[in-house]
Design a protein around this ligand. Sequence first.
Ligand code: AHR
Length: 501
Amino acid sequence: MKARIAVHRDFKIATIDNRIYGAFLEHLGRAVYGGIYEPGHATADKDGFRGDVLELVRGLNAPVVRYPGGNFVSNYDWLDGIGPKDQRPVRLDYAWKTSETNEVGTDEFIRWCKKAGTEPMLAVNLGSKGFTEALAMLEYCNHPGGSYWSDLRKKNGSKDPHNVKVWCLGNEMDGPWQMNHRTGYEYGRIANEVGRGMKVFDPTLELVACGSSHANMPTYPDWEAEVLGECYDNVDYISLHTYWDNWDDDYLNFVAKSVLLDRYIHTVGGIIDYVKAKKRSKHDVYISFDEWNVWYHSRKQGVSDGEGVNWAKAPSLLEDVYNFEDVLLVGCALNTFIRRSDRVRVACIAQLVNVIAPIMTETGGPAWKQTIYYPYYYASLYGRGDALNVAVDVPAYDAKVADDVPYLDVSAVQSPDGKSVAFFIVNRHPDEAMTIDIDMAGFAPKAIAEHITIANPDLKAVNTARKQAVAPQAGKGVSLRDGAVKGKLAPRSYHVLRVSV
Ligand code: AHR
């Protein structure tokens, strides 16, 4: 099978906001306790943070990490997580039916972010709490000093303000599973008032209103129109979430699901434009796609996601073990965020450690990379700069979820120094190699600087703490001929092709 690909130096989509390579960390299962934090672990530092996990997180270079939830946040009292640790209460977490010891709270998370080389993106509780608590938390975090809340932060050991820029106004408030779930109108009103208050404190804050939990919610897409109708001018992003599964073990249908992601972004982009026009507003709102990933393996393996947990402390929950096929869909999803970087300014893989995550740990043992660590790593490493418009002429197929799904999924990014272009390519075809011919008009390509590939004959191959069965290798069979990039890509394979220009 053949594919013709074309980019042009002058046809750019947008300068990518690096925060599309963000991640999410929730007080859920072993994400925090046994994940980032495990005092007594051989690699733990004086604050109890695992050094081996920090090293893998730093490797991903995630520009932003969203915290503390997730469903967890809708019944979380941030005050429980500050001050002397021995005085912090143990609380029941109604979202995941676990016990929360509060050993890690806001100040510890900010400290961890500094060590991890990332920025915090904090969510306030707009379920069981509201305006007063959100503003108190903001003041605690960001006011330099001389007020009750800022002085309390200083007393708790953080002399300098945390200066948290991005704040989520609750989580998935469209979901009936949320503690104190609300209608679109009710939530939009609260988001507007809290947003307005937060912007009085600091108009440069970036605020994220809750959009839909997924595109099959009965309230989607009215929810976005209703919520933004109430709070448009006081927020900067509408948040979207989505998780994919392969319950029916249908490979071609599974890898087509990124097409739904594109459609979701497209539709919500249209709603943003509609509300903006209706309000005659000059203000722009973007998408924060702050939860996305494959999530079903742990359910399939019979590991519960909250049921039967019986208020245990940090039990193993949602510990999906990812396979090679997931690499292909995650690669296509990252391509989608690059191609829609005109709309999406923040995106967080959900989650970061142990819970539906690229990084896993054994309690008391090693930390290791799941299969999906790799496409995320490469997108974060080489997917910074200008997203280019890519024209792909390739045969397509009809899947259950969508028609006309191209066998090849491609995104292209010109590096900030302008000296190279990275192509991220997934060959979805189950059994045919793809002959590619990339025309790079206006670029004068000099050489193939790097070709990395991930392929495996077994779609279900997984990594473990001891064996990296799915890992990147040097690619073969692509070269520069007659000023074009030509070669052959194996069926069911992921590629990063860097061309120096
Ligand atoms: O990431 C797991 C859960 O998925 C989050 O807590 C919630 O926001 C979503 O439903």
